[in-house]
Design a protein around this ligand. Sequence first.
Ligand code: NDP
Length: 293
Amino acid sequence: MTAQIIDGKAFAASVREKVAGHVARLVEEHGLTPGLAVVLVGEDPASQVYVRNKGKQTREVGMLSVEHRLPDTTSEGDLLELIEALNNDPMIHGILVQLPLPEHMNSDLVINAIDPAKDVDGFHISNVGLLGTGQKSMVPCTPLGCLMMLREHHGSLSGLNAVVVGRSNIVGKPMAQLLLGDSCTVTIAHSRTRDLAGVCRGADILVAAVGRPKMIPGGWVKTGATVIDVGINRIPKEDGKSRLVGDVDFDSAVKVAGAITPVPGGVGPMTIACLLANTVTACCRANGLPEPE
Ligand code: NDP
């Protein structure tokens, strides 16, 4: 048996197309252009690539894209002032501060300075609380993308055993909340989990968000399970270049799983697509308009 490959790239393209349709209607019927501001502090090369891609895709769906690139010597006070200005800017509906921030900054303080209604990353403490209590919130983009792929593949997730490996605030914890919201029986595993292999083997849905290349072998995957690989790990190739791999050993897992996301081309493209969708949602909410489904 070979697993079905869940094509995140194609799915993300269809999400972006829907977003572009919503944006066109907002412009045409309401004279509203959703606006996304991305703030990058410092020179982290991976963050620069992410920010560039976000800006490009934002413009491609017809939204306003504003980028603020600040040197890593920027003071926390100056960053907070910029966030306050963006909070008060009616052209901006979504604000994203690219993480990680330089060490001299308190990330929690900075993220919690964003107006929760514009917090399209869903990391503000208010949005975390709303998600945890099953209320309408801004949902973190990467777990939202994973949930969308799972719903598309399974239809209902009700009653399925879901194991999330990783308990970060960005991926693992919100992923677990979303799966619980869809009535899965959820286990969150982490570096102290005993018998991780056994825990993973019980999963109908296995989400890996660890950051360790190919850590989960096919032998840990239940036959027919759906595997969502969030990990993005760069490993050296023999020719001196590098390539991206996930947290799951794709070659062995693909032989056991029922469906699996590849790396690259799985979860990654869905993350930015969900960011764009969240920005449209924020724009609709800010203007009292019905939200896209
Ligand atoms: P973090 O480093 O914040 O969290 C990693 C989690 O993995 C921690 O909870 C840690 O446990 C757990 N862990 C570490 N080692 C083990 C182990 N040996 N066994 C079991 N659990 C372990 O990472 P993130 O959540 O931010 O990211 C995870 C991965 O997802 C990374 O590869 C990242 O690049 C990728 N990513 C991809 C995105 C995308 O768009 N596709 C977006 C965001 C992240 P403990 O808490 O006990 O230390």
